[in-house]
Design a protein around this ligand. Structure first.
Ligand code: NAD
Length: 503
């Protein structure tokens, strides 16, 4: 997996069951976003040739793997889940070091991968199809799931182990093979995950890992005729490119993209509970969740009380290195992400939103070598402002007043994205109406917009997704195709829709 040198640890690609360097001879560095002096390691800057090598291995391995009975495939996955559980603390530490979120949250990320792996391994004994009565005598009719072949898996950095597990594990249990390109900011967690699959007994070539940039490694996967499925999670802009580049070869393309999620706080809400939810939803993972609650719409009757509490609690959040158990919010993942945050703070001020707290990067003392920013709240935001419309992916929350339930719903829906939404109310009628009328893939009542569980479908509408879902049994639909099978045991020609008269 890695070799230690005077410059640090060098990590390799995993292709056809071997840990090998890229043919490029080039590497890239991975540094701790809380302290850039901390070099985590160097990783392979791979080329199209490396990708081709991995696709060839995956294509060959597919011929064997697709025929391994699904319950046997699942046994390997159950072992992988147990290894992950045994190593949870170390895996979480590596993850905090490379992407910054606090240890509680990286523990949650690893736990999600464990849960998904156990859950999907269970599908090795299910993957239910249908048996239906035939319209003809002495004829049997059923449908079964079949794998597709080589799957390209392209993932972001914000859930470095959970998101790969949502894709790779269902792909494997269905009998596919995988070429996996993780985000360049979080390759170590990806390697840790793949190493566990190797140790659990996944055969050579079934899972291949190639690290490197999206334009080179990612694109080589998209344009290959041998890749049959692309499962991508990332920004909407890149998702559009992925979709376009995969279209000429008619790949099945599963896209999970950006969000601009809303929490609606009604006049009958438990305001303290709503503040708890908005803090966790807005500043958990430093606001770098696709489901982050970056918008809060509050009924005018409780607006002042809500804002006072929310701002006071945000100011009190302890920002710091995620490895320090006292920290409640870590750094942004990179200089680029921090620059996006400062850019949007400037946009919000220029648009006339009121800066209620935060608004500045943290650069002094313990913060000097990381990408830290104050938890930031804009109030009196107009729903059309850019800070209320565009994904920021940082610790910035826009609070908007509303006069009624209907107005809250209209504001909630009026963004390009449709991932997650939530309502705080004690009125069951409002809760059900909001649940029906918010056009999102995920909805919460009296809980923030984050916190999905692995056994329900996950994904969004509009610019968040392209109609597929991951997690739950819905994920099986991405990584398998239906085959309908008819078995005629009558011994004579029976023509469907025609020879029905003699029945
Ligand atoms: P990104 O779009 O920059 O990158 C995602 C992945 O795509 C990375 O592995 C990257 O290297 C790769 N990539 C980049 N250009 C490519 C290209 N031309 N061809 C192929 N691959 C390419 O996203 P990010 O910054 O890593 O992650 C943040 C984004 O991810 C946010 O927009 C967030 O909302 C989204 N996200 C969505 C979900 C969801 O389930 N909806 C979950 C997590 C994150």
């Amino acid at each position: 997996m890695a070799t230690a040198t005077a410059q640090g640890t060098t990590y390799h690609n995993f292709i056809d069951g071997s840990w090998i360097p890229s043919v490029s001879g080039d590497v890239f560095e991975n540094r701790n976003p809380a302290n850039t002096d901390d070099l985590i390691g160097v990783f392979q800057k791979s080329t199209r040739q490396d990708v081709q090598h991995a696709i060839d291995a995956a294509r060959r391995a597919y011929e064997h793997w697709r025929l391994v009975p699904a319950p046997r495939r699942a046994e390997i996955l159950f072992r992988a889940a147990q290894i992950m559980a045994d190593r949870k603390v170390a895996l979480a530490r590596d993850m905090t070091r490379e992407m910054g979120k606090i240890l509680d949250e990286t523990g949650g990320d690893v736990q999600e991968a464990i849960d998904m792996t156990f859950f999907m391994a269970g599908e090795g004994r299910r993957q239910y199809g249908q048996t239906v009565p035939s319209e003809l005598r002495d004829k049997f009719a059923m449908s079964v799931r079949q794998p597709l072949g080589v799957c390209a898996i392209i993932t972001p950095w914000n859930f470095p182990m959970a998101i790969p597990s949502w894709k790779i594990i269902p792909a494997l249990v269905c009998g596919n093979t995988v070429v996996f390109k993780p985000a360049t900011l979080t390759p170590l967690s990806a390697l840790n995950f793949v190493k566990i699959l190797e140790e659990a007994g996944v055969p050579p070539g079934v899972v291949n890992l190639v690290t490197g940039g999206g334009g080179e490694v990612g694109n080589a996967m998209l344009v290959s005729d041998e890749v049959k499925v692309v499962s991508f999670t990332g920004s909407t802009d890149v998702g559009r490119t992925v979709s376009e580049q995969a279209a000429p070869s008619f790949k099945k393309v599963h896209l999970e993209m950006g969000g601009k999620n809303v929490i609606m706080v009604m006049d009958d809400a438990n305001v303290e509970l709503a503040v708890d939810g908005c803090l966790w939803g807005g500043f958990g993972t430093t606001g770098q969740r696709c489901t982050a609650a970056s918008r809060v719409v509050v009924h005018e009757k409780v607006y002042a009380a809500f804002v006072n509490q929310f701002v006071a609690r945000a100011k009190a959040l302890r920002v710091g290195d995620g490895l320090d158990p006292k920290s409640q919010m870590g750094p942004s993942v990179s200089q680029g992400q921090l620059d996006t945050v400062t850019k949007y703070v400037a946009i919000g001020k220029k648009e006339g939103a009121k800066l209620a707290c935060g608004g500045e990067p943290l650069r002094e003392g313990a913060y000097a070598k990381g990408f830290f920013h104050q938890p930031t709240i804009f109030t009196d935001v107009a729903p059309t402002m850019r800070v209320a419309q565009e994904e920021i992916f940082g610790p910035v929350v826009s609070v908007m007043p509303c006069r009624s339930f209907d107005e809250a719903i209209a504001i909630g829906n009026n963004v390009p994205y449709g991932l997650s939404a939530s309502i705080y109310t004690q009125d069951i009628n409002k809760a059900f109406a909001a649940m029906r009328d918010l056009y999102t893939g995920i909805f919460y009542v009296n809980a923030p917009t984050i916190g999905a569980e692995v056994h329900l479908p996950f994904g969004g509408t509009k610019a968040t997704g392209n109609g597929h879902r991951e997690a739950g049994t819905a994920a099986l639909d991405v990584f398998s195709e239906w085959k309908s099978i008819y078995i005629d045991f009558s011994g004579r020609l029976q023509r469907a829709q025609i020879d029905t008269a003699d029945l």
